[in-house]
Design a protein around this ligand. Structure first.
Ligand code: KG4
Ligand code: ZN
Length: 353
């Protein structure tokens, strides 16, 4: 079975083709990505309307590129998958519309995929895929969650951020320090020049006794510290502040992940989402894992941030495991807000026309 997948939930258009196999994880045949980062950078953040318009421009050329790279044609596609949510409504509608129109023209079924399930399963695209069950640390721009994962589609929420996501904490701290969008990678790069212990920043909810996170206070602390430094701040002081902010975020993520492993009695951690690309987070998790005899899995760097491969893969794994069925109903709906632990709740009934 060949699954063509579309990702368009935010500022990246991703398309990929995967093929299921008799045994093992589906095979990624080809994928292509167009990042809108440059376009949005001029505005300091994602402009939803511009994102939607650009997805329209990119979706079909990327599809052609993927099929050519895979040595396949549209006739080889058995199922068309798309990101149903969560994400920007207009951007999601573009991917859903393109996927459903293509599927309708081909007479093939469609499957809407949960974006976070895509992130969560993305480490299965790596050369060293994890085995179930595991604890997943999902750290993207909009979400910070710890989940217990027993099988495809069997996800139990262990804890999550009660305010800002970890990616947001990176992005907002970066903005306060005067770095551009997207802030996470820029803050991480500046942090390599700084001293992590330079400024005492809070580690919110570190000792809360549960697995929830809170990053809004950290942003305020970075703002306060930045104001104290004032306009005379030296490049070294800014690098120190970046390193201190990164250290605070990473310490909370690492400690809570270890606590989740202890609580569940599991010994495998899977990290996914854009913040999973952070080198310092990886270094500290690897260190802790080595000391405690744990395994940590990450997606390939290319598949940490949004991409089409994880959407095609999640669709193929859901179909293969029987967790979902593709449908010939092309009257698509998107779900801009959609908690992962409600992945199987039906879409609210459509209002009569
Ligand atoms: O998963 P993702 O691509 O998009 C969402 O679904 O949100 O995650 C994007 C987030 C952004 O907040 C970005 O700043 C952050 O991931 N990010 C990083 C790094 N690379 C991306 N944060 C810290 N260090 C990085 N190297
Ligand atoms: Zn994402």
């Amino acid at each position: 079975m060949n699954v063509l997948g579309f990702e368009s939930s935010c500022d990246e258009t991703g398309v990929a083709l995967v093929s299921t196999r008799q045994v093992g994880v589906p095979l990624l045949r080809a994928h292509a990505l167009y990042s809108q980062v440059q376009m949005h950078a001029a505005y300091g953040g994602v402009v939803p309307e511009l994102a939607s318009r650009d997805h329209i421009r990119r979706a079909l050329p990327l599809t052609r590129e993927v099929l050519a790279a895979a040595g396949a044609t549209l006739a080889d596609v058995d199922v068309v998958a798309f990101t149903r949510g969560p994400g920007l409504a207009g951007a999601l509608l573009v991917g859903a519309g393109v996927a459903c129109a293509l599927a309708a023209a081909l007479g093939k079924p469609v499957l809407g995929v949960h974006h976070l399930e895509g992130h969560l399963l993305s480490p299965f695209l790596s050369a060293d895929p994890p085995e179930f069950p595991f604890v997943a640390l999902l750290v993207s721009g909009g979400h910070t969650q710890l989940m217990r994962v027993d099988a495809v589609g069997r996800y139990t929420l262990l804890g999550e951020s009660i305010d800002d996501a970890a990616g947001e904490a990176f992005d907002k701290s970066a903005k306060l320090i005067g770095l551009g969008y997207p802030g996470g990678p820029a803050l991480a790069a500046l942090a390599t020049q700084g001293r992590a212990g330079a400024y005492p920043l809070p580690r919110p909810l570190l000792h809360s006794g549960n697995l929830d996170f809170s990053f809004a206070g950290l942003k305020t602390a970075v703002l306060t510290q930045h104001r104290k430094l004032g306009t005379a701040a030296t490049p070294q002081q800014l690098a120190d502040l970046a390193a201190s902010a990164q250290a605070a975020i990473v310490e909370v993520l690492v400690k809570k992940s270890l606590a989740a492993l202890k609580q569940t009695g599991l010994d495998r951690l899977v990290v996914s989402g854009g913040v999973g690309a952070n080198v310092e987070l990886r270094r500290q998790l690897d260190d802790a894992a080595r000391r405690r005899g744990l395994r940590v899995h990450y997606p390939e760097l290319d598949f940490c941030t949004d991409n089409g491969a994880m959407i095609a893969l999640a669709a193929a794994m859901r179909l293969q495991s029987g967790a979902a069925q593709a449908s010939l109903d092309y009257g698509f709906e998107v779900r801009p807000r959609w908690p992962l632990d409600q992945i199987d709740t039906p879409i609210p009934a459509r209002r009569p026309a």
